[in-house]
Design a protein around this ligand. Structure first.
Ligand code: SF4
Length: 422
């Protein structure tokens, strides 16, 4: 069996003690009943028996099954089993087989599309963020041995094909990837086109749709889907949409206000000093806690223009790779609609754009045009990684995104505000 993966994940190796973070820092790590039991058998009668008994405790939420136990933490927020070289002491002594699923699989994200396992990466790991954002061929997909995917049995099953929503998911996803990869219009215009495509498809392509099975509409829906995807592949469509987007005049203050609110809402819940210090630096660079969204927006626009003039292609690569990886890593079939999935992508891209343009190292770089691109790369890796780790998957953020998106046409109207900020 083979799996497929973007090239950056085929290249990925954990860099352990050289890593500026660790996978488990600041996160709760659950262990399943079966893996916990196996670990107890492996350590029985040995020097680690008492440690395992003391440091892994039943989940205080009373959960069983996959979340039955919780691994203990040191005072600095790291896993109690991490050794001085930032490697897992359990893995070193007893092998990968005893690791909780999350530890074994991270930063891999496994999805089964039909019979095929796909491995994407979480940018919450600094090394995957570096490999994904900085290499120009990072998102080329290629076959990898299934063994490299580790625990493919953990893959989420997405496209079973039992209903039209999942049966056509692959062809829609490929159209999304093609659209995002187009270089003949700016990135924001591609996201706008993606939103328009999702809005139009939403009339008949959604979870539970019967448009593809209710005769006589069946063949109509198939043809409509194919026609729509073909329309969005056409160069003329994209150029027309680009002109529409550029002609749209919308205030930017709400965009800056939304991004700042997302960061603020996570501060009370995150213990990571790396995250907190970056967010404080970003807030100060936009004028401090008392700045208005309109003032932050004006600063953002000035910086966006200056950074585009200095390193436009590089910045474009970061965001294009983030978006392509997002589509691979977060199957849209898990969203309430295709438009909601696109909205979440654009909101995540907006927050990280706001952080990058407020990163103190990036602001300093704008005043020193000779600064090496490596300075920008380092700031980008830090921004994307910390937002991926502490914002993008957080339940509060996902609830906020759902409330902000609303439903149907209002989702599209709100998407426009976000797209104009990019
Ligand atoms: S975050 Fe990534 S590079 Fe760092 S220790 Fe974890 S897997 Fe290794």
């Amino acid at each position: 069996m083979t799996a497929s993966a973007p090239r950056y994940m085929a290249r990925f190796r954990c860099i352990a003690e050289a890593c500026e973070d660790t996978c488990c820092a600041g996160l709760t790590v659950p262990i399943s009943e079966s893996r916990w039991s196996l670990l107890r058998q492996k350590v029985a009668g040995g020097p680690d028996e008492a440690r395992v008994a003391a440091l892994i405790t039943p989940n205080p939420d009373g959960a069983t099954g996959q979340q039955a136990g919780i691994l203990g933490k040191r005072a600095d927020g790291h896993c109690a089993f991490l050794d001085e070289t930032k490697l897992c002491s359990l893995q070193s002594r007893y092998g990968e087989v005893v690791l909780p699923d999350g530890c074994s699989v991270f930063p891999r994200v496994l999805t089964r599309w039909g019979a095929q396992v796909e491995m994407a990466g979480s940018l919450a790991c600094p090394e995957t963020a570096r490999l994904c954002l900085l290499a120009d061929d990072a998102l080329v997909r290629e076959p990898v041995p299934e063994a490299q995917a580790l625990r493919p049995q953990m893959a989420r099953q997405v496209a079973s094909g039992d209903d039209a929503w999942t049966a056509h998911a692959d062809v829609v996803r490929e159209a999304m990837l093609r659209l995002l990869a187009r270089r003949d219009v700016p990135f924001a215009a591609r996201l706008y086109a993606l939103g328009r495509m999702a809005l139009e498809l939403g009339d008949f392509f959604f979870p539970g749709t019967t448009a593809f099975t209710d005769a006589p509409a069946e063949s109509d829906a198939e043809a409509r889907l194919a026609n729509l995807l073909r329309t969005y592949d056409a160069p003329d469509t994209l150029h027309t949409l680009r002109e529409q987007l550029e002609a749209l005049e919308l205030p930017g203050g709400p965009w800056a206000g939304i991004c700042a609110a997302v960061l603020r809402s996570r501060e009370a819940h995150v213990g990571s000093q790396r995250y907190l210090s970056l967010v404080r630096g970003v807030r100060e660079s936009y004028g401090g806690a008392d700045t208005t969204p309109d003032d932050a927006w004006r600063l953002h626009v000035t910086r966006r223009e200056a950074l585009t003039a200095l390193h436009g292609e590089r910045v474009h690569q970061y965001f294009q790779h983030h978006a392509l990886n997002h589509v691979l890593r977060h199957p849209f079939t898990e969203a309430a609609s295709l438009l909601n999935a696109v909205f979440l992508l654009v909101l995540r891209a907006s927050v990280v754009r706001y952080v990058l343009l407020g990163h103190p190292a990036v602001v300093a770089l704008l005043g020193t045009p000779d600064a090496p691109v490596a300075t920008l790369d380092a700031a980008a890796v830090e921004s994307f990684q910390l937002v991926a780790k502490h914002v993008e998957q957080a339940p509060q953020f996902l609830d906020f995104a759902q409330g902000l998106a609303g439903e149907g046409p209002e989702t599209f109207a709100r998407l426009l505000i976000l797209v104009k900020g990019l």
